[in-house]
Design a protein around this ligand. Structure first.
Ligand code: TMP
Length: 212
């Protein structure tokens, strides 16, 4: 491979409604990039392995109750606690494929009725993704996919609101992928976009911070 050792890794984020296929696509993407010889890791938020992540996990499982603002700040804190590791990984040349990021934070909390600007504020200063891949699916189609699980947000009515929030939040730089296409077609589009992004990062695109 031709990526030089001094070039940084790319920060690539997958977003979308629950059941859009992000999780399986992100693992396919990581295997693909590994096969090409790239240093790459798969991350996800919430990261349930930390103390903060365990509070979030218990909340999502309806085992604890938290005020909406409080849980919003926990999700954000969960990203902040990984920020320095994220930066050092990227600087040492590792590409990160992240399943959900600040956009989930804002989309889900604002779908509960919290003010969008208030929701964005604690995300300011986190690393900005080099690429956001949005797997687009209607809430109805997502719900048909084997049904939702037991978690707090996995309800059609709420996912409709999340979908609206994502629309408000989306930026022209996002790559919108039709998540209802066959898995291989989605995968192909993701690969193409990611390879383009890696090229841009290798050419020296600087890391930047939210909120852009
Ligand atoms: P997961 O299913 O991808 O593990 O995410 C768990 C739920 O948490 C999912 O419904 C999306 C939601 N979420 C937020 O509400 N705020 C956030 O900041 C993140 C990362 C996820």
């Amino acid at each position: 491979n031709n990526h030089s050792s001094d070039s940084r890794g790319a920060l690539i984020v997958l977003e979308g409604l629950d059941r859009c296929g992000k999780t399986s696509q992100s693992s396919r993407l990581v295997s693909y990039l590994e096969g090409l010889g790239h240093a790459v890791e798969s991350w996800r938020f919430p990261d349930r392995t930390t103390n903060v992540g365990q509070m979030i996990s218990s909340y999502l499982a309806n085992k604890s109750h938290l005020d909406d603002h409080t849980v919003h700040l926990l999700f954000s804190a969960n990203r902040w606690e990984k920020r320095s590791l994220m930066e050092s990984k990227l600087k040492s040349g590792t590409t990160l494929i992240i399943d959900r990021y600040s956009y989930s934070g804002v989309a889900f909390s604002s779908a509960k009725g919290l003010d969008m600007e208030w929701c964005k504020a604690p995300e300011v200063g986190l690393l900005a993704p080099d690429l956001v891949l949005y797997l687009e699916i209607s809430p109805e189609k997502a719900a048909e996919r084997g049904g939702y699980g037991e978690e707090r947000y996995e309800q059609l009515e709420f996912q409709e609101k999340v979908s609206q929030s994502y629309k408000t939040l989306s930026e022209s730089s996002w790559k919108i992928i039709d998540a209802t296409l066959p898995i291989e077609d989605v995968e192909k589009q993701l690969r193409e976009n990611v390879l383009d992004c890696l090229t841009v990062c290798q050419k020296g695109k600087p890391l930047s911070e939210l909120w852009l």
